[in-house]
Design a protein around this ligand. Structure first.
Ligand SMILES: [Zn+2]
Length: 299
């Protein structure tokens, strides 16, 4: 039976305020449980303007129609107006996710800072940025976070150290086929790594003739699929498409589970989980690079 894990990256204040309630309603109607990963600090989306200088960004921004999706105001956050603090403003909607039976975890504190600057940050800077999200999560939920999936699939030896040190059940920072224990250089880390194996909607749009057929084909090739969606896209601009997508797969008998369900299941037999070296790779339809296992295997 095909299994599908929906991992929701919540990137912005608008996505938190509007996208989360949309998705909660759809999941409730279809009796689906999912994993929500939250941005807990300031929304500095406007600072993505500096990515214009990066190869491939303009092509992607125009293909996915960034202004229409995110809206002018979101794109200005942190640039001309101070970025709203998502965690301090939206604890209520965040707690609602958990109250409705979904899994909640950390995406990041400041998305733009993590995604664009992680590899230039010192160990102390990474730990400090991580701890801000860890503390804010605790303040909102009254418990420690056990799940994390980093912003922009950016991770390195400093962030992996944090996950080990703060006893996370798993992290989902990479793009690849199957779960593994990460290794960087000679350091092996004990926190299970669960990659996203399906491409994201914004990577697929405009590149394939039928988005639905494309996903169906990919999902038929692997038993367990992890799909990363975004509150700003599947929860807002493409919410109708996403609802139909879920409805169709639910009708076809696809089993939905959370990353936590999968992690607990796999960790019953840790000796069966391979160790993989983590490197940076380019992904079709995405500008910049993301973390990925050097050797990518199908299960
Ligand atoms: Zn994100």
């Amino acid at each position: 039976m095909t299994k599908l894990i929906i991992k929701i990256d919540v990137d912005t204040e608008k996505g938190t305020r509007i996208g989360i309630p949309h998705l909660l309603r759809i999941f409730k109607n279809l009796d689906i449980k999912a994993t929500f990963l939250l941005s807990l600090g300031p929304d500095h989306t406007g600072r993505t303007i500096f990515r214009i200088f990066r190869k491939g960004f303009l092509k992607k921004a125009s293909r996915t129609n960034a202004i229409q999706i995110y809206g002018i105001k979101t794109l200005m956050n942190g640039l001309l107006i101070p970025g709203p603090h998502i965690g301090r403003r939206h604890g209520d909607v965040m707690r609602r996710i958990q109250d409705e039976g979904h899994e909640v975890g950390i995406h990041c504190y400041d998305h733009i800072r993590w995604q664009d600057h992680l590899h230039r940050m010192s160990f102390d800077e990474v730990k400090e940025e991580f701890l801000k999200s860890y503390d804010m999560f605790h303040r909102i939920f009254g418990r420690t976070a056990k799940a994390i999936g980093s912003a922009g699939w950016q991770t390195n030896e400093h962030s992996l150290w944090c996950y080990d040190h703060y006893n996370f059940l798993y992290s989902s920072d990479t793009r690849g086929s199957a779960p593994f224990f990460p290794q960087i250089g000679h350091s092996t880390f004990k926190t299970l790594q669960i990659p996203t194996n399906l491409p994201t909607l914004d990577e697929v749009l405009g590149r394939v003739s039928s988005v639905d057929h494309y996903y169906d084909d990919l999902m038929s090739k692997q038993t367990i699929n992890v799909m990363t969606v975004h509150t700003e896209l599947e929860g807002m601009f493409y919410v109708d498409w996403f609802e139909k997508f879920l409805y169709r797969h639910k009708g076809q008998g696809v089993q939905f589970l959370t990353l936590e369900n999968l992690a607990k299941n796999l960790l019953q037999n840790p000796q069966d989980i391979p160790v993989r070296q983590v490197v940076q790779k380019e992904i079709e339809g995405r500008s910049g690079t993301v973390a990925a296992p050097k050797i990518n295997e199908m299960t």
